[in-house]
Design a protein around this ligand. Sequence first.
Ligand code: NAD
Length: 270
Amino acid sequence: MPGRLEHRVALITGAGSGIGLESALLFASEGASVVLVDVNIDTAEKARKLLVEKHPNAKAVTVKADVSKEEEVKLAVETAVKEFGRLDVMFNNAGIMHPADDNALNTEERIWDLTMNINLKGVWWGCKHAILAMRNNPIDESKGLHKGGSIINTASFVAIMGAATPQLAYTASKGAVLAMTRELAMVHAREGIRINSICPGPLKTPLLMDFLNTDEKKNRRLVHLPMGRFGEAIEVARGALFLASDDSSYVTGTDFKVDGGLSSCYVTPE
Ligand code: NAD
């Protein structure tokens, strides 16, 4: 059985940890050549080693890049094209949740700017350079390679629901990712470039668990989760695989929720 990403090239930002790492492994298992991008090159390199250990036939390279810097994102995309000849999937996944991000009164401007630069501007740069590369993708119908590609932008459940445990900059950045993604999806729909957001619920990854470092903090959230548990990074990676592959060929501009029902919930089960 050919994989769902056979002959495809996928670039994943924040590939050294959490959702990005699981997506790199999953996409490779479905036949993709993977470019693992992270500001932390050591974790990206560890992820690449794990990937080739698990999938010895897979092709994978790492690139150190800070997604908030346009030149670095451009170079990462150029590496994908140079190494593998094309770019089919761009997963703009890297993001931060700063411990000093708070409410409107306490959040410092530098925390706001840092968060926006990575979580929002970083997604913009990723979209911009992916679109430019995808326009030049060679078409080969015999390999199922048609024009365009798929861009996936990681937002969050907090983009669509409020929380009285505020992280104002983070929440605003993720709301903006949803709005930007919808508009880009419309602009590029006729070029065969599909652009979707993925909205993970709260997950057991370092990003959230480093922050929810007491049982009290965890329980404050758990009571609101319909399934009674945090999600796993692999569960979001599976959603990303759907958006990356032709399984979602008629899906663009959507806010794809992988949140265990959280955003549909009023009262949780007893
Ligand atoms: P994680 O912290 O486990 O991994 C994030 C990765 O991004 C790390 O490897 C980190 O080095 C990298 N990174 C950070 N800043 C970067 C930069 N400027 N340039 C390049 N790489 C950078 O996080 P995760 O939980 O896997 O989160 C991935 C995405 O999912 C983020 O955008 C996050 O906001 C979003 N998200 C996470 C949750 C959750 O509960 N974990 C929920 C909703 C949305």
